[in-house]
Design a protein. Sequence first.
Length: 297
Amino acid sequence: MSIQSIPQNSPMARFKPSDRAVELTVKVLMVLLAAILIISAIITIFPFFWSALLSTRDRSEIFGTGISFAIGDSLAINYAKLQEIMPFWQAMFNSIYVAFLGTTISLLFCSMGGYAFAVFKFKGKNILFGMLVGSMMIPPVLSLIPYFMIVKFLGLMDNHMAVWLPFTTTPFGIFLMRQHVVASIPKELLEAAKLDGAGELRTYWSVVLPLMKPALATLAIVQFVFFWNMFMQPLVVLTTPDNYVITQALRSVQGIPNTPWGAVMLGTTISILPLVVTYLFASKQMISGLTSGAVKG
């Protein structure tokens, strides 16, 4: 028996919530949800705000007693110190070079791999795809020793190619591309391209690739952030300070006596800006790529 069918004189009528009570409950839940989201946003943003604030202070102010949100007056001094203790802008350029080149080639390789898994039929395809997806559960730290041995064998030590090349083809990237092709690109379109005389490469480049832009934008952000934040791999293979990426350069000065933490915080704050700008410009494409194919009409 539904609530609407309960007679007004029935004993169960007293348990029927009034419209006012339902409306009040919904409002309370919305307020609680908004409060949780606001608190979560503050917790997420606070470390970045705090690092930017510390970049304006000297060492004595940073380690002083008490917590203060006042802006310091040592920003120029910290910037000069940052230039002194490390080749900061060279490290920034190295990170941009590695992230841009690695991301670009990753988009090509992963889109080709995803297209092949979605369209082609070959023996052992399902097993190979299952192994590919399963490899995503392996912790990256377990591959550091084989990674170092392969890089050393190939003679790529202290070379930026050793940082970006092994990670251009990722299981997640191939999986994302394959799912996008299966969910969003009709097979009739591929068959029509073949009837028009287009080969596999032509079909991929002229028909499929333009339709994969949302997924490519998503993968571009994921890969750019991955390459930009890389630390363990550059630490293993890069040995010359002029070849350091930004994460490695910032870590290298933390062991010097009387570390100028204000300068380190300034470098950290500046190094975050490219990620923020990248996300602001591509966030809509990223959301579109993650949700494409979720609703199939």
